[in-house]
Design a protein around this ligand. Structure first.
Ligand code: SAM
Length: 373
């Protein structure tokens, strides 16, 4: 089975691939190339840090068995929905209407200044009712509604439910309030949430469900503990967190709140940012050791990571320990355009990323183009 091109929006596979803006996501083309080069139909592909689920999604629509895991509920909702949207769009849209009917007067009232600037009463009411009513963990209809809500929760004016905001990452409330004030954006747009979300759901479903929908295993939890014991993977395709760069919970604090999984103001605690290199290395060791236990001895590992030494050296160190019978190749992966961090005001020059490829010594792989030992 071919690996679909995933150019544009003409097919069901194209449309569902792009569900879920997420900070630090890797490009769809990158996952596509890796799946095509290093796996065959029928193989099993595992991403233990799957974020918004691109690697398992590309694997699934290409006839591979797909397994993904992420500890962030926002990432999990995206990944689980894009690999297994509820089968019937009208059921999803009806559920949006039920959420709207469950809105109470108090739901429309902001509880802090940030909410007053960010959301008009109608979208705020819908979000608060969704927080209370949606059983997104174990009901695919509710999870699909939650995925649409999260996708469109904040974005440029007119493209989401909020006042002007960036889509992939939620900034600090104080910064956002200052930014809205200095630009005179005091009044958030009054949007009818069900009409807004259902139009977008109809568009997303218009070409059908992606190939293989419902066949991927997407786990919510720490991959040191949560990986399934069912099937061993022959390709590990992943991008672990980088040391000291992003804080996945803080970066998605507003979406976590909308899921009922976080407080109404962000938590900037450093733990999730992996600033302490020793703790970072220990986390990599725990998670990648449990990944190794779920992979075949001749598995190929393709890891995209930060080119800065604190992250790259930790990954290489852990991998050398875990896979002594694999040969490591590497290839620079400079950022092609504006980085996500540049969009948020960090214009310092970036060393980019690096691709680390681990091939089993016992297998006759040819040295892949562009990689060096
Ligand atoms: C670099 S991002 C991967 C993004 C992903 N490749 C994508 O395209 O969306 C790293 C991910 O690892 C997740 N993560 C961090 N620690 C984890 C753990 N112990 N177990 C599972 N996931 C974890 C974060 O929530 C984040 O989504």
């Amino acid at each position: 089975m071919d690996v679909p091109e995933l150019d544009g929006f003409g097919t069901a596979e194209d449309r569902w691939a792009r569900l879920g803006p997420y900070y630090a996501m890797f490009p769809i083309k990158f996952a596509r190339r890796a799946v095509q080069t290093f796996s065959q139909p029928g193989d099993t592909i595992l991403d233990p840090f799957c974020g918004r689920g691109t690697a398992p999604y590309v694997a699934m629509i290409s006839g591979r068995h797909a397994i993904g895991c992420d500890v962030n509920p926002v990432a999990w909702v995206y990944a689980a929905t894009k690999t297994g949207p509820h089968s019937d769009s009208s059921t999803v849209i009806r559920r949006m209407g039920e959420i709207e009917s469950a809105v109470r007067p108090a739901d429309r009232k902001p509880t802090n200044e940030f909410q007053a600037y960010a959301f008009a009463p109608r979208p705020l009411g819908f979000i608060n009712a969704a927080r209370r009513e949606l059983h997104w963990r174990n009901d695919s209809r509710d999870r699909t509604v939650a995925a649409f809500l999260l996708h469109y929760l904040h974005a440029k004016t007119g493209q989401g439910l909020s006042n002007q905001m960036r889509a992939s990452r939620a900034l600090s409330p104080d910064y956002a309030i200052r930014w809205w004030r200095t630009r005179g954006l005091d009044t958030p747009p009054d949007i009818a949430p069900v009409e807004f979300l259902s139009r977008r759901a109809i568009w997303r479903y218009a070409k059908g469900l992606p190939r293989g929908a419902g066949c991927a295993d997407i786990l919510l939890g720490d991959s040191a503990l949560a990986l399934p014991k069912t099937r061993k993977a022959n390709l590990i395709l992943t991008s672990p967190p980088y040391s000291g760069v992003t804080n996945y919970r803080a970066d998605s604090w507003l979406r976590l709140w909308a899921l009922g999984e976080g407080s109404e103001l962000p938590d900037w605690s450093g733990e999730q940012k992996f600033c302490d290199v020793q703790k970072y290395t220990a986390m990599l060791h725990r998670t990648l050791r449990s990944t190794r236990a779920r992979s075949t001895p001749d598995s190929v590992w393709y890891i995209r990571t930060d080119a800065r030494s604190r992250t790259k050296d930790a990954v290489r160190h852990v991998m050398a320990d875990l896979l002594p019978n694999h040969q490591c190749y590497s290839k620079a992966a400079p950022y092609p355009g504006k980085t996500q961090t540049a969009l948020y005001g960090d214009h310092t020059s970036k060393p980019g990323e690096v691709d680390l490829l681990y091939l089993p010594c016992a297998q006759p792989w040819r040295k892949p183009a562009g990689f060096t030992k």
